[in-house]
Ligand binder design. Structure first.
Ligand SMILES: NC(=O)c1ccc[n+]([C@@H]2O[C@H](COP(=O)([O-])OP(=O)(O)OC[C@H]3O[C@@H](n4cnc5c(N)ncnc54)[C@H](O)[C@@H]3O)[C@@H](O)[C@H]2O)c1
Ligand SMILES: O[C@H]1[C@H](O)[C@@H](O)[C@H](O)[C@@H](O)[C@H]1O
Length: 335
């Protein structure tokens, strides 16, 4: 499968490397980035052509599927162009920077009549999250009552400003909880906590978010994007008869000088490296079979709508008012 990649920054470059060396049945044949020097460097990794415009990638007759890894506010227009061209597209999260823009993608795909869009919520491919999902599905902890989530990053790049800890980071917890619990989130409340002096004041970091699902389950999610000590993602579902918690991959524990030390991953590449490979492989395999599976445009829309409610919350419980779900997305596992 010939893939065109739009956006060859941090994760775009990683995805090009993965598609080139670790994913079977695909190769990158075209790339675009507004940073033309960067695009040329990354094109060379894959032996691909660096195009002059994003639309040249989408319209390239040799390109069979597109991967969008540019900044979030560019996603919706690029995905809409892919749908208009009838090309399958894997779009990095978030699907869009506003729920209105995400809904346009949902509506365009529903009008097209079959799925073309997969959203890059890679946690659904992580062996730890899959274990939690399997335990819930088997009824091992009875009925879920509440979920504790933690999402800590070492730090954030310079462009990470404003409410991005909600729109760019919390969206992972939103998607994971919708998928694990198989229900929509209907309200969000952001509880103010003291802010870290190591974060820009504008970012208001960390944040504690309460999410309520349609069947009354409550999720507490801490998002702390300047935690410094490591990349730490946790999730524990508490049920009527037990709990199930995410197992992160572990390294050997070193016992020395009266202590015991275990290394933590320092970024998402280290923590979710295998999940990204498995996500890409599943996407390629499905598209080569003529279908698109995995997190859908509806999932992307719902996640952005919840993040938007969290942004609006400022301490108050804020409901999430989703549009009516088109029939194309009925029967999906997460929704
Ligand atoms: N799933 C995950 O865990 C994960 C991890 C990292 C990033 N992401 C997502 O991937 C996207 C990119 O993040 P990143 O960390 O690689 O950012 P980045 O800033 O490193 O890379 C973005 C790239 O896009 C380019 N770009 C900017 N505007 C563009 C445009 N209009 N068209 C084409 N290219 C354009 C930039 O020049 C840059 O090279 C974001 O949406 C982010 O949320 C997801
Ligand atoms: O774009 C990144 C990425 O999605 C990571 O998985 C997440 O941990 C970060 O918070 C976010 O900024």
């Amino acid at each position: 499968m010939n893939v065109g990649v739009i956006g060859t920054g941090a994760i775009g470059t990683d995805h090009v490397r993965r598609l080139t060396a670790r994913v079977a049945g695909a190769r990158v044949t075209a790339v675009f980035d507004v940073d033309t020097a960067r695009a040329a460097t990354v094109a060379a990794i894959a032996g691909a052509t660096a195009h002059r415009e994003a639309h040249d990638v989408i319209d390239d007759p040799a390109v069979e599927a597109v991967l969008v890894a540019s900044p979030g506010d560019t996603h919706a227009d690029l995905v809409l162009a892919c749908v208009a061209a009838g090309k399958p597209v894997l779009c990095e999260k978030p699907l869009a920077s506003t729920s209105g823009a995400a809904l346009k993608v949902v509506e365009a795909e529903a009008t097209y009549g079959r799925r073309l869009v997969q959203v890059g919520f890679m946690r659904r491919y992580d062996v730890g999250y899959l274990g939690v999902k399997a335990a819930l599905g088997a009824g091992r902890i009875g009925d879920p009552l509440l979920v504790h989530c933690v999402h800590r990053n070492v730090g954030v790049p310079a462009g990470f400003t404003g409410d991005m800890s909600l729109t760019d980071s919390l969206v992972h917890e939103v998607d994971a909880c919708r998928w694990l619990l198989d229900q929509e989130i209907v309200a969000a409340t952001v509880v103010e906590v003291p802010h870290s002096p190591l974060a820009s004041p504008e970012l208001r970091d960390p944040r504690l978010v309460l999410l309520e699902t349609e069947r009354g389950i409550v999720v507490d999610a801490e998002v702390f994007v300047n935690a410094r000590y490591g990349y730490d993602v946790r999730c524990e579902v508490v049920g009527t008869t037990g709990t199930v918690a995410l197992e992160a991959p572990t390294t050997g524990a070193v016992a020395l000088d009266g202590g015991r030390v275990q290394a933590l991953p320092m970024d998402w590449q280290a923590r979710f490296g295998q999940a990204y490979v498995d996500e890409l492989q599943a996407w390629v395999d499905a598209v080569r079979r003529g279908v698109t599976e995995g997190p859908s445009a509806w999932d992307g829309y719902a996640a952005t709508a919840v993040a938007e409610a969290a942004v609006a919350s400022r301490g108050a419980r804020t409901s999430v008012d989703l549009a009516e779900r088109p029939a194309l997305y009925s029967g999906e596992s997460s929704s």
